[in-house]
Design a protein around this ligand. Structure first.
Ligand code: PGA
Length: 260
């Protein structure tokens, strides 16, 4: 049995110390009697205050990103070793917003290259995260143009294959299927289609890891909210959700945690 996982990706929604602590405490309270595993990924400056706010609750701490080197002359990067050291258990890797693939057009075309994550850097980050004992939440997903061209299956399979290159053990790895066009847009994927793609991801992982793939959790992400969460969770392949906007406030994320 795969334990359901609800991960809150706070992105840059909670940006003050006060709101980070307040929302984290609210989620910690509501997660006490939750059936699923709950993770909060605040922005980096608030990892420690959020860790303190969730202390004593079952909520786990996650980071929104990491660098692939543990140490050295790399200004502004975040070491996987540091994340582990301060008590992070999870880290999001390869989110479409770090790959410069946005669901909503809030970044000017000419600035997109600032967000320069590639399949190769995703893979390097996955390998270092695993090395230090962090659990990667690896994000994959197609853009609207890729879907219109019917290329989603091929693109997602490739992203999965690249992310897991040279990975020896699947333990701790989580994959999130996040169609780019569904992120932050309010336009969520048809749950049946999400189920199909997640099945495809599992088959891809099975090629490399055999039956171990059946133990790996695969989440859906993209405009998940308290009203649609149940329609995803009732699907056989969906093991949880990576939630952005609707996770930033304890009130709505609590409803997602307690969707049953
Ligand atoms: P959203 O974001 O729930 O705001 O669509 C999900 C994500 O990007 O992880």
């Amino acid at each position: 049995m795969r334990k359901e996982l609800m991960a809150a990706n706070w992105k840059l929604y909670n940006v003050t110390l006060e709101e980070n602590v307040k929302e984290a405490k609210g989620i910690a309270e509501s997660a006490k009697d939750a059936d699923c595993e709950v993770v909060i990924c605040p922005s980096a400056p608030f990892l420690i205050p959020v860790k303190e706010a969730i202390a004593g609750s079952p909520v786990k701490l996650g980071a929104q990103g990491v660098f692939w080197e543990e140490k050295g002359g790399f200004t502004a990067q975040i070491s996987p070793q540091s994340l582990k050291d301060i008590g992070c258990e999870y880290v999001i890797i390869g989110h479409s917003e770090t790959r410069g693939r946005f669901g909503v057009g809030s970044v000017k075309e000419e600035l997109l290259s600032y967000f320069s994550e590639t399949d190769e850097t995703v893979n390097l980050k996955v390998l270092t995260a695993l090395k230090v004992g962090l659990k990667p939440i690896i994000c994959v997903g197609e853009t609207i143009n890729e879907r219109k061209a019917g290329k989603q299956d091929e693109i997602i399979s490739y992203q999965v294959e690249m992310a897991l290159r040279n990975v020896e053990d699947l333990d701790g790895i989580v994959i999130a299927y996040e169609p780019v066009w569904a992120i932050g847009t309010g336009e969520f994927c048809d749950p049946e289609e999400a189920n199909r793609i997640i099945g495809l991801i599992r088959n891809k992982v099975r090629e490399q890891f055999g039956e171990k793939a059946d133990e790996m959790r695969i989440l859906y992400g993209g405009s998940v909210d308290p009203n649609n969460i149940a329609s995803f969770m009732e699907k056989e392949e969906v093991d949880g959700a990576l939630v952005g906007r609707a996770s930033a406030k304890a009130e709505s994320f609590s409803k997602i945690i307690h969707y049953k």
